[in-house]
Design a protein around this ligand. Structure first.
Ligand SMILES: [Zn+2]
Length: 282
């Protein structure tokens, strides 16, 4: 068992235009290698490293950097993005308004990527998805996805012992979808990951923050009953059975002492909180 779980997304020197709007999503390979060296030397196997959303260059670069430790990592995949058949809906939203300068559906003049990132997560809905596709056509996005090739094609090709996890099909805000749709989102991703006997015990909520992106009702959904660990982002929600906290590592930590102080802070939070929840049993 591990004491702490950390989260990364993309590893690249040259991130795709579709990722340019997001803060803290892409780390350059040299910095990532420094993070891994410090973590391995100081903490050994106490820290679980996870990667979200199935970025292709992260998938290709991580084994060179991690060596045999790739076997101790978990990769949370979104089945609708794998194969580069579609673009992540939040990338579409940012692309349409920041790059294509469309008029946004909200009353504000502040249309920055950061604003849309926060707005999109909160306002995720079926209607918003239909609207994004209606102004831009699915074929348009398919073309961009094929050209950019930012997601893994298939997990059939990855045979280095790493573990896979479920991160839903399309990366919705789970609080904004119906009970039935949540079940479908999980089942589609599970079906994708379970091929080649790569059945998984791990689930991570998209975006991941308890209250904002998922709630207690999701834990009672039968779709999650098969998984032994369910990952949240941050501490909140980890008082529930099977739920383990994860911390997103800032991609701009450039020094060894910076890595250590971040890890120590997260270790302390995880440990302190687990003592607290044990004592008070919520
Ligand atoms: Zn994600």
């Amino acid at each position: 068992m591990f004491d702490l779980c950390l989260l990364y997304h993309e590893i690249s020197d040259d991130p795709s235009i579709l990722l340019s709007g997001f803060g803290n999503i892409t780390i350059d390979p040299t910095t990532f290698a420094m993070h891994m060296k410090v973590i391995k030397e100081k903490y050994g196997d106490r820290i679980l490293i996870t990667f979200d959303d199935g970025y292709k260059s992260a998938s290709e670069l991580a084994p060179n950097i991690l060596g045999d430790d790739i076997k101790n990592t978990i990769w949370f995949i979104n089945s609708s993005l794998a194969g580069n058949k579609d673009v992540f809906w939040l990338s579409k939203l940012i692309w349409l308004y920041v790059d294509k300068k469309l008029k946004p559906p909200m009353r504000t003049n502040i249309i920055s990527a950061t604003y849309l990132d926060a707005w999109g997560k909160m306002h995720y809905s079926n209607g918003l998805m239909c609207w994004i596709d209606s102004v831009s056509m699915k074929e348009y996005w398919k073309g961009i996805a094929k050209r950019e090739q930012i997601y893994v094609n298939s997990i059939h090709d990855i045979n280095d012992g790493r573990l896979f996890g479920i991160h839903t099909a399309t990366h919705p805000n789970c609080n904004n979808i119906s009970y039935d749709t949540f079940g479908v989102e999980v089942a589609l991703c599970d079906k994708f990951v379970a091929v080649e006997n790569k059945a998984t015990q791990f689930f991570a909520f998209p975006f991941g923050e308890f209250g904002k992106h998922w709630g207690v009702s999701h834990l009672q959904h039968e779709a999650l009953s098969a998984y032994s660990i369910i990952f949240t982002v941050g501490l909140a929600g980890s008082e529930f059975n099977k739920v383990f906290p994860r911390f997103e590592v800032p991609t701009d930590i450039m020094t060894e002492s910076g890595v250590i102080s971040f890890v120590e802070d997260c270790l302390w939070k995880t440990h302190y909180y687990s003592q607290l929840t044990k004592e008070h049993s919520f």
